[in-house]
Design a protein. Structure first.
Length: 94
């Protein structure tokens, strides 16, 4: 899916201490570029998988058609970051 096997995607790099309430991580260039290169067919195939992720069950994204706009936004962000030579970051509440 998305052009490369997931076992080749490096883990995110933490940018904040694990004791902080929010953990800020930098996604790898591989993750950014893989998202940026995602095709319509790959996104359609991945939407049901993403909608079924256990961590998303606390929000309203239970159906693939509800997840797809979020995925499209994320892919757009990845494309803009890649084109600008910038990285992507994720804040995780711990």
């Amino acid at each position: 899916m998305f052009g490369i096997p997931t076992d080749h995607v490096p883990s995110p790099e933490p940018l904040t201490s694990e004791e902080d309430e929010r953990l800020l991580v930098e996604l790898s260039a591989v993750a950014r570029d893989t998202l940026a290169a995602a095709t319509e067919a790959e996104l359609t195939q991945a939407a049901p998988l993403w909608a079924g992720i256990e961590e998303f069950h606390h929000v309203a994204w239970f159906e693939p058609d509800e997840m797809r706009p979020v995925m499209d936004d994320l892919v757009g962000l990845a494309r803009r970051a890649r084109d600008a030579g910038q990285m992507m970051y994720c804040a995780v509440c711990v």
